[in-house]
Ligand binder design. Structure first.
Ligand code: NAD
Length: 332
């Protein structure tokens, strides 16, 4: 029934039921790396909860999935407290919603602003810490505040520089992913060995990184795209575009398809141009990310408890084959 027809008690009950469903999906996805439903199904249930909580703000609870970053720390790994939280990201599913996001920004920004537009890599977020130019610590996002120490695993990835060309003490963040070819080879091998196959490259990457035996990680051919760097003032970085250029100069792998767009119309053109090539890329993407390019404006806009206000993900519509719902129970 339409949300307007709910009483507050009914809304509370419906929200509770949606939260339980989301928590069950999230536990399978983040903790077991074995989702029980397709992302589009998760996204729809999440959106239903968001809509309900927007209509009845009183029913929002601090532990609602809309108020915290998904994911948690697996036992067996040391915990690392992030220097600043590793947040989630808001998402939109149509050009109308994208324009509404842009209209909200226009209200809050005086003057012009540009967007750094990047592919949304379907992997998992990682943080890499360097001291005096040496890679010393790597972590997963975890619950956003505390991540898992996966330094030894990340050391096995060739594309991550172990020494920088300058003795910098910085943290960088980005996405770790499994290329499609490596994913297909891994699943073929697992099938031949009678093991459970991974649902998608994202879950395979997450499972491969969080291995107590780093030899397993090394064999999985993981790669990275890095998109965030700290110490922006020291490095004289004023925009996301400059951040990407600096990361590239320091030897990090950056995605070649990012583009600076001067308005939302250009962003939509970029999305239209990228969409047909989605399947040709050697890695999975699930959308396009728009980031306000100016770091000063990013700081001015700030974050909610869960997402930055200065960026949004435009998610691609689900592909035909992805709409099949597989809601099977899993057991520990
Ligand atoms: P998200 O994955 O939608 O977006 C945030 C993440 O995007 C960041 O943490 C970062 O890792 C990544 N990212 C990729 N490219 C980026 C770029 N260029 N710049 C910045 N960040 C980039 O959000 P989330 O909170 O990690 O997860 C929610 C999503 O996970 C859902 O929308 C759903 O699709 C999926 N999910 C699915 C299930 C399921 O059961 N199938 C369960 C939970 C979550």
């Amino acid at each position: 029934k339409p949300i307007e027809a709910y009483t507050k008690t009914q809304a509370q009950q419906a929200a509770q039921s949606l939260r339980e469903t989301i928590n069950r999906y999230s536990a399978a996805y983040y903790t077991k790396d074995a989702p029980v439903v397709e992302d589009s199904v998760y996204d729809q249930v999440y959106r239903d909860l968001q809509d309900l909580e927007a209509a009845f703000p009183d029913i929002v609870t601090p532990d609602s999935p809309t108020q915290k970053v998904g994911g948690e720390v697996l036992p067996g790994f040391n915990k690392i407290t992030h220097s600043t939280p590793m947040l989630s990201m808001g998402d939109v599913f149509s050009f109308e919603e994208l324009e509404a996001f842009d209209a909200r920004l226009q209200k809050n920004i005086d003057g012009d602003y540009a967007y750094s537009t990047e592919l949304k890599i379907d992997g998992l977020a990682i943080s890499l810490v360097y001291k005096n130019g040496q890679f010393v610590q790597g972590a997963t996002r975890g619950d956003g505040t505390i991540g898992e120490d996966i330094t030894k695993n990340l050391m096995t990835i060739d594309g991550i520089p172990k020494t920088l060309p300058e003795p910098l003490s910085i943290e960088v963040r980005g996405e770790c992913y499994m290329p499609k070819a490596a994913f297909e080879a891994l699943n073929a091998q697992r099938e031949a060995e009678g093991k459970a196959v991974f649902a998608n490259p994202r879950n395979a990457a997450a499972g491969s990184l969080r291995q107590l035996d780093t030899k397993v990680t090394k064999a999985r051919q993981l790669e990275t795209f890095i998109y965030f760097i700290t110490q922006q003032d020291t490095l004289n970085i004023q925009t996301q575009t400059q951040a990407l250029a600096t990361l590239k100069r320091l030897g990090f792998s950056t995605n070649p398809d990012s583009k600076l767009c001067s308005n939302v119309a250009e962003v939509m053109d970029y999305i239209k141009a990228q969409t047909p090539h989605r399947d040709d890329l050697p890695y999975g993407i699930d959308g396009v990310v728009l980031k306000v390019d100016s770091l000063a404006l990013q700081a001015q806009l700030g974050n909610t408890v869960k997402v930055p206000r200065w960026e949004i993900a435009y998610k691609f519509p689900p592909e035909e084959a992805q709409t099949i719902v597989r809601d099977i129970e899993w057991t520990i």
